[in-house]
Design a protein around this ligand. Structure first.
Ligand code: XUL
Ligand code: CO
Length: 442
């Protein structure tokens, strides 16, 4: 393969320079090569770049078109532009030291006039991606299909009232699974783009949910048929674009998967901004998934406390990330998942260099959170406090409750004859918050 022209000529490969560095284009906490428990930080954190934001984001908002103009967005036709854009993307992945990337089918290759033409475009760009992955060692964390931008999907894809649209979406996901497999994708994500509704005046909710489940069963069947071994992930989101998205949050997703016999085939891709839109904390969503062994991957971003929509910002809130990281590490990590920066530059951040500042900030925040969380877990202060708080269930009648040996009658007898009134114990939240702050700020 011929040596591609540099698209970020003034930017070096980002180096780790430690906490005292004043170089804005260096890592202060993320040392990809640092070995922790026999594994590099890069292998622990499995950072991934979201193609749609980093390389298709234009800064457009409902009040105006894009502000971000990239020099590589030029060429003789849409497929050639897509390939040059991909060269720029892989240069960025390498310079920012990200071992993975993620895409929607339509991010990497232009949609054609027909499905056949779209598939042809995708094949051409996927062949290019395969070469670039081989040349750089950057891997595909997950692939997915964009089932929400095209006009045909305005009323949903799998939940569209028109079976024709369901069929089209099925064909599109079939191809997206094939190319994800071709590129060695370690997971495949289903985010319910417009799978939800605006009004029940025109919607059969039960039928739509049945159709969504049928669609996921068809995907499971097809993955089996082609031998795709990647992990399937559901990415919950409560609202936006539709008012009522069916995959509201992790708990709703678990109930949905179990209702339709899909729970063995899916885990969750949890996005910070989606968690907060649902009225939860990021850590809550992680704990709910982990409690059922269904924690899969993370879409790393943040919302804005003052705005009620999906702002997809880079997350530099070390406290929030540390709490999330304690739950992730306690659960044994993300397995084939990773931390995918589903985050975009603000509209006025128009320089290519801003892409670096954004990701450096995110990676450093996660790396710092990882280190603090490991210290918290190693010290075991919170774990000891929690264990002690539930200790009454470890023996005697508490044990009998947990093991199913106690019943209402036996418990009533105990209270009347032996136990009497319980003695309340402080939950000590303020004390614990101070302990946490000591880890964060010394
Ligand atoms: C949308 C969102 C998506 C998914 C992939 O809010 O997060 O980009 O991550 O379809
Ligand atoms: Co996402």
């Amino acid at each position: 393969m011929k040596k591609a022209k540099a698209h970020f000529p003034s930017i070096p490969v980002i180096a780790y320079e430690g906490v005292n560095s004043t170089n804005a284009l260096a890592f202060r906490h993320y040392n990809p090569d640092e070995v922790v428990d026999g594994k590099t930080l890069s292998a622990h954190l499995r950072f991934s770049i979201a193609y749609w934001h980093a390389f298709r984001g234009t800064g457009a908002d409902p009040f105006g078109p894009g502000t971000i103009q990239r020099p590589w967005e030029a060429g003789k036709d849409a497929v050639s532009i897509a390939k040059v854009r991909m060269d720029a993307a892989f240069e960025f992945f390498q310079k920012i030291r990200a071992p993975f990337y993620c895409f929607h089918d339509r991010d990497i290759a232009p949609e054609g006039k027909t499905l056949a033409e779209s598939n042809k475009h995708l094949d051409a760009v996927v062949a290019h991606a395969k070469q670039l992955q081989k040349a750089t060692g950057v891997k595909l964390l997950w692939g997915t299909a964009n089932l929400f931008s095209n006009r045909r999907y305005m009323c949903g894809a799998a939940t569209n009232p028109d079976a024709h649209v369901f069929a089209y979406a099925a064909a599109q996901v079939k191809k997206a699974l094939e190319v994800t497999q071709e590129l060695g994708g370690e997971n495949y994500v289903f985010w319910g783009g417009r799978e939800g509704y605006e009004t029940l005046l025109n919607t059969n909710l039960k039928r739509e949910q049945d159709h969504l489940a049928r669609f996921l069963h068809l995907a499971v069947d097809y993955a089996k048929e082609i031998g795709f071994k990647g992990q399937f992930l559901i990415e919950p989101k409560p609202k936006e674009p539709t008012k009522h998205q069916y995959d509201f949050d992790v708990a709703t997703g678990i109930a949905f998967l179990r209702t339709y016999g899909l729970e063995k085939h899916f885990k969750f891709n949890i996005e910070t901004n989606h968690a907060t839109l649902a009225g939860h904390t990021f850590q809550h969503e992680i704990e709910v998934a982990a409690s059922q062994g269904m924690l899969g991957s993370i879409d790393a971003n943040a919302g804005d406390e003052l705005l009620g929509w999906d702002t997809d910002q880079f997350n530099t809130n070390v406290k929030e990330l540390t709490l999330a990281m304690t739950s992730i590490l306690r659960a044994g990590g993300l397995g084939t998942g990773g931390f995918n920066f589903d985050a975009k530059l603000r509209r006025p951040s128009i320089d290519p260099e801003d892409l670096f500042h954004a990701h450096i900030g995110g990676m450093d925040a996660y790396a710092l959170a990882f280190k603090v969380a490991r210290r918290i877990l190693a010290d075991g202060k919170f774990a000891a406090f929690v264990a002690d708080r539930y200790a009454s269930y470890d023996s005697g009648f508490g044990r009998d409750i947990e093991t199913g040996k106690a019943n209402f009658k036996s418990l009533e007898k105990l209270v009347l004859t032996k136990l009497g009134e319980p003695t309340p114990r402080s939950g000590k939240q303020e004390f614990l918050e101070n302990v946490l702050n000591a880890y964060l700020h010394g």
